[in-house]
Design a protein around this ligand. Structure first.
Ligand code: ATR
Length: 279
């Protein structure tokens, strides 16, 4: 029955989330009798909501800002990534009614690069990650899983970068923005996880001139799709990958978990979201 196969994006706010479009596309494509909606969970109600998730009528949910930590804390079981990051973006009830949680954001980052820049990690070297929020944590986790030798985190609030570096061990090193030029000179990969460059936010203004011409540049920001960072990198000949695939690929393991079909990130889906973004 369809009411037993309903999932949703939960968070606050959820009105702008593209996840219903993504999962809706796959449900239709695979002819699955299911639904994927939006459920706004006010901050004051989050703990109760996730602790009593079985009463929601949902088989599972995605979690977005600001509830990823609250959801993880409510889970009876967490996968390694969610445990390490202390944050879950995907939950489901197992056959015994236990609440299980996973973090698939890091898989979204890897899936995007694997699809659009195959071979990007053949010689894992030095990465520079801008920002030290939840997205940065997922990217650091992903890069260490692919054996990057050094992951430099550059952040305005250095304490936040230091906290992540402390959690992930000696390959992860924290810096302030003043070190960026020096770090770019030895980077094989540059990732922006700050909100700078997002529509309506301040621009990300950096001088890419020290960056080697072969370094891959990617942005977690996907609105706009072509950020100034990616435009600037492409103009000097660096390979670039936009951030939309991060959103699409993090959804793959969640959909598979709830609906038992592994969906594809295809051009039609990408086109659908690009159109929705106004591109
Ligand atoms: P998310 O969890 O999605 O990664 P977040 O926790 O809000 O989002 O993190 C946003 C990142 O953008 C942070 O690294 C933030 O830097 P601070 O930790 O110093 O706040 C960064 N950021 C946002 N606005 C910024 C600005 N004007 N200049 C520099 N960094 C900025």
């Amino acid at each position: 029955m369809s009411e037993n196969r309903k999932a949703a994006i939960t968070g606050h706010p959820v009105i702008h989330s593209r996840s219903p479009l993504v999962h809706g596309y796959w449900l239709k494509k695979h002819g699955i009798d299911g639904e994927y909606g939006r459920l706004d969970v006010p901050p004051g109600e989050a703990e109760t909501f996730y602790r009593n998730f079985s009463a929601s009528g949902l088989i599972g949910a995605n979690i977005t800002v600001p509830h990823k930590e609250t959801a993880a804390a409510a889970c009876d079981w967490l996968d390694d990534a969610a445990k390490t990051m202390g944050a879950a973006n995907t939950i489901w009830l197992d056959e015994d009614g236990r609440l299980c949680g996973a973090n698939t954001d890091w898989l979204g980052f890897l899936g995007n690069l694997d699809q659009l820049a195959p071979g990007w990690d053949v010689e894992p070297g030095t990465a520079v990650v801008l920002g030290a929020g939840g997205a940065a944590r997922a990217v650091v986790f992903a890069l260490l899983s692919r054996n990057f030798k050094a992951v430099h985190i550059v952040n305005r609030t250095i304490e936040k970068a230091q906290k992540i570096a402390g959690e992930f061990g000696s390959k992860t090193i924290a810096h302030g923005w003043d070190k960026l030029g020096e770090l770019l000179g030895k980077a094989d990969l540059l990732v922006n996880t700050t909100s700078l460059g997002m529509t309506g936010k301040q621009p990300l203004e950096i001088d890419l001139s020290p960056l080697p011409g072969t370094a891959l540049v990617t942005d977690a920001v996907y609105a706009p799709l072509e950020t100034d960072l990616l435009k600037q990198a492409a103009a000097r000949g660096n390979p670039t990958v936009d951030g939309l695939g991060m959103l699409l690929h993090q959804a793959v393991p969640a959909f598979e978990r709830w609906f038992s079909v592994r969906p594809q990130v295809d051009d039609e889906l990408r086109g659908l979201i690009v159109k929705d973004l106004g591109g």
